[in-house]
Design a binder for this molecule. Structure first.
Ligand code: FAD
Length: 569
């Protein structure tokens, strides 16, 4: 087994990974590894937009980054670290203009400035967009730049393990899918930008590749995770497929309507209505459904997202992708008929514990983007803030790596990455020789129990049931077998390796959710319906114990100038 070697290894070809790579490739030998081609990363699917207080919209001329920070902190239900939020919101305009100058084709106002639309939980219309393809244009712009600058890309390489030793990261072991080989790779600095864990849930807007295995890999290697109980449920997933109907549908003026024809948001958020933050809108929709005011459908009970009053011209100009998805997947044209939607898992607020520079507790190991928890979203992320986070903190993590390398990082130990690669070999051999359990059915059971028992509304008994089931699934995982010993493009084998990490991720989510005895942001406990600032204004930090159980410690939230108050919209 021969090790490859790079100064910097970035795992993940989405926006965070590409931005980190672009920031480092002039000075270092940078490699970017991704289990799919970079432009197939989930960032490509982002529709609605990216937030920055540009004050271009005629309805928001006096917007400022401080107002953006306030909205973000209030939206987070005061769990976000305010110093990190301030950095993100202050950097936002510069980041958007940088992307514009690199060629990103944003939609425009008639005066030529970058167009901005209203989004949930925001006091001003500050979401910059490109029709409903914002992630697509941002990702292609950054990918082109990475290629132009000569970043070495390893597409379809799945990282299987992090190689750490004595609190230092030495690189990774990876599965080269095309050649079917396990390859050890040393790096002085490793950056994870591996995205979210949506597929740990059954109903999710996320791509099938969003297994969260990067988060699980870091956790298994002893890196702590933060605030894992905070899972975002998006209000509007298309019934049946759960494909996202962007918040821009409501930003452009769409209504939510129940089976009595009521715009029921009036009851829950009389001022903000459909543009309340996602945690509130999702709970409102679920309450309408639970109390019998939804519509029946063979695919489930739904609520209507009505765009018909926006008119053909606006829908074609602002939401053409949404219209096409509705026609292609459910045979409904939103110009003429409302869209049937239900809330589903959407975003991972928790993740790898980092500081505001993207550094983790392990030297030489950094994280950015959705897999990381900085934390800028706290208990609930505002729409449009995640694309922003990926680029801002991808760039900042690159700066932290540069600083780390300039100060003379330790030489990576080849023996440590070889050991990680041998361990992957052993695991894969066991999976090939393995028993009767199948990855897809265990994954299905895991995801169903998470959606059913650790969902929008939570209760002790349900979460205990989830933990029991996760434990049983973990036991059965030992008996997983794959159908073919051939390693070349063997996705079943890759998924089997990933499942072990998904089980750990689910475990930390359920564990944190059971422990946090309050309701804050997206974490809503029926048995503890109130926010408890005295006891719970703190982050949970989950660390794997020697016996495999989850050990939790706590860390105070950083407050700068925004004191907690009641969240009304
Ligand atoms: C449908 C949808 C619409 C959205 N719309 C918006 C929006 O309008 N505005 C907004 O702000 N946010 C939006 N979001 C959220 C936002 O798009 C994501 O949070 C963000 O793009 C994540 O970027 P990332 O770079 O962190 O990860 P991703 O883009 O998810 O990329 C992860 C990368 O990691 C790689 N990877 C993962 N594990 C491994 C491994 N073990 N080995 C090798 N490679 C690995 C993958 O191949 C991929 O390249 C949306 C999300 C979804 C699902």
């Amino acid at each position: 087994m021969k090790a490859l070697s790079h100064d910097v290894l970035i795992v993940g070809g989405g926006l965070a990974g590409l931005r980190a790579a672009v920031g480092l490739c002039d000075r270092y030998n940078v490699a970017l590894m991704s289990k799919v081609h970079p432009i197939r990363s989930h960032s490509i699917a982002a529709q609605g937009g990216i937030n920055a207080a540009l004050a271009n919209n005629p309805d928001g001329r006096d917007d400022t980054w401080e107002k953006h920070a306030f909205d973000t902190i209030k939206g987070s239900d005061y769990l976000a670290d305010q110093d990190a939020v301030e950095v993100m919101c202050r950097e936002a305009p510069g980041i958007v203009y940088e992307m514009e100058h690199w060629g990103c084709p944003f939609s425009r106002f008639p005066d030529g400035s970058i167009a901005q639309r209203p989004f949930g939980g925001a006091g001003y219309p500050r979401t910059c967009y490109s029709t409903d393809l914002t992630g697509h244009v941002l990702l292609n712009t950054l990918y082109e730049r990475a290629v132009m600058k000569g970043v070495r890309v390893y597409p379809e390489w799945y990282v299987t393990a992090l190689a750490t030793d004595d609190g230092v990261c030495h690189g990774v072991a990876a599965f080269d899918l095309m050649n079917g080989e396990i390859v050890p790779i040393t790096a002085k600095a490793t950056v994870f930008a591996t995205g979210g864990y949506g597929r740990v849930y059954f109903y999710s807007t996320n791509a099938l590749i969003n297994t969260g295995s990067g988060i699980g890999i870091a956790y298994k290697a002893g890196v702590p995770l933060k605030d894992m109980e905070f899972v975002q449920f998006h209000p509007t997933g298309l019934i049946g497929t759960n494909i996202l109907m962007t918040e821009a549908c409501r930003g452009e003026g769409g209504y939510l309507v129940n089976n009595r024809g009521e715009r029921f948001m009036e009851r829950y958020a009389p001022k903000a209505m459909e543009l309340a933050p996602r945690d509130i809108v999702s709970r409102s929709i679920q309450t309408e459904i639970n109390e019998g005011r939804g519509f029946d459908h063979p695919l489930g009970t739904y609520i209507k997202l009505d765009l018909t009053h926006l008119g053909e011209k606006k829908i074609l100009a602002k939401l053409p992708g949404i219209r096409k998805i509705c026609i292609d997947f459910i045979g409904i044209d939103p110009i003429r008929e409302p869209i049937p939607i239900m809330p589903c898992q959407h975003y991972s607020m928790g993740g790898i514990d980092t500081n505001a520079k993207g550094e983790t507790e392990v030297r030489g190991f950094f994280a950015a983007g959705e897999c990381a928890c900085v934390s800028v979203h706290g208990g609930n992320r505002l729409g449009g803030n995640s694309l922003l986070e990926t680029i801002v903190f991808g760039k900042i993590a690159a700066g932290a790596v540069d600083e780390y390398l300039s100060l003379g990082a330790a030489s990576p130990k080849e023996e440590t990455v070889l050991r990680a690669a041998r361990e992957t070999e052993r695991k894969m051999a066991a999976l090939v020789a393995g028993g009767k359990e199948k990855t897809f059915s265990l994954h299905g059971e895991l995801a169903r129990t998470m959606s059913a028992n650790v969902g929008i509304f939570r209760e002790r008994a349900e979460m205990e049931k989830a933990l029991e089931e996760i434990g049983r699934i973990g036991e059965r995982y030992r008996d997983v077998g794959v159908s073919s010993p051939d390693r070349h493009m063997n996705y079943e084998l890759m998924n089997a390796v990933e499942l072990e990490y998904m089980i750990e991720v689910a475990h930390t989510i359920a564990h944190g959710a059971l422990l946090r005895e309050e309701s804050r942001g997206a974490h809503s406990r029926r048995d503890f319906p109130k926010r408890d600032d005295e006891k719970w204004m703190r982050h949970t930090v989950a660390r794997i114990s020697v016996d495999g159980s989850v050990g939790i410690s706590f860390r105070d939230v950083t407050i700068t100038r925004y004191q907690p108050m009641e969240r009304v919209y």
